[in-house]
Design a protein around this ligand. Structure first.
Ligand SMILES: CC(C)(COP(=O)(O)OP(=O)(O)OC[C@H]1O[C@@H](n2cnc3c(N)ncnc32)[C@H](O)[C@@H]1OP(=O)(O)O)[C@@H](O)C(=O)NCCC(=O)NCCS
Length: 193
């Protein structure tokens, strides 16, 4: 039997979600406030450390291959959740941080030119209703990259359960701050690194 983890209970009524593909944050101040609100609600205290999300997002939006899937509630226009990523390359903080900590063969096979899933967040009231899976599916369908990568905290059981349920492979554990690395091969052709 599947173990149920602590988390919001399923509600009887499932919210329908309208997806948008975002390549640029045009109305920057308002959009960022909305995304930060969802981020803070979804992550709670776990998202409070490091560079504030509202400062990271505009920086990430400038990266090659940036794409975000935003999901709004059909009935209220409320932002339910979002997921975004970009093309990761050597010389970027995350790629170099992972490269320095995983076996050389994994670094050589996976890192550089990959699609880096940077954030996925679903407002707590909308969790356990399939929204995270919908956002991730749409995000992976929106990149032409062949290899997707992400890291998550080892104790983030909902996120790890989501990735496992979507056939992400656990590539490495025990990265600093107790993070683990997941990878997934996508249908697109392999591109040069
Ligand atoms: C991780 C997160 C995005 C999942 O979003 P979600 O909308 O609740 O996920 P879904 O409803 O689509 O769940 C899909 C599958 O993931 C797994 N899953 C998700 N949350 C789970 C939980 N709390 N316990 C057990 N399994 C869970 C299940 O396999 C689920 O399938 P099922 O409902 O058919 O059993 C959400 O919990 C979240 O925003 N967390 C805070 C932010 C975060 O940690 N982001 C990831 C950082 S790396």
């Amino acid at each position: 039997m599947r173990r149920l983890l602590a988390g919001p209970k399923r509600v009887a009524r499932l919210h329908a979600m309208r997806l948008s593909v975002v390549h640029a944050l045009t109305d920057l101040p308002n959009q960022i406030a909305e995304f930060v609100d969802v981020f803070n609600d979804a992550f709670g205290q776990a998202g409070a450390s490091g560079v504030p999300f509202g400062d990271r997002l505009p920086h990430h939006e400038q990266r090659q291959g940036f794409v975000m899937i935003a999901g709004h509630a059909d009935d209220s226009d409320e932002l339910v959740g979002f997921a975004y990523g970009y093309t990761g390359s050597k010389g970027q903080w995350w790629t170099d941080w992972v490269t320095g900590q995983v076996p050389a063969q994994i670094a050589a096979t996976w890192l550089g030119g990959h699609f880096e899933v940077c954030e996925i967040a679903v407002r707590t009231a909308f969790q356990r209703q399939g929204n995270g899976r919908t956002l991730m599916t749409a995000l992976l369908a929106s990149t032409d990259r062949h290899r997707a990568l992400l890291t998550t905290a080892s104790n983030n059981e909902p996120a790890r359960a989501l990735y496992s349920s979507m056939d992400w492979s656990l590539l490495a554990e025990g990265l600093s701050d107790d993070y683990c690395l997941y990878g997934k091969i996508l249908p697109g052709p392999e591109a040069s690194k």
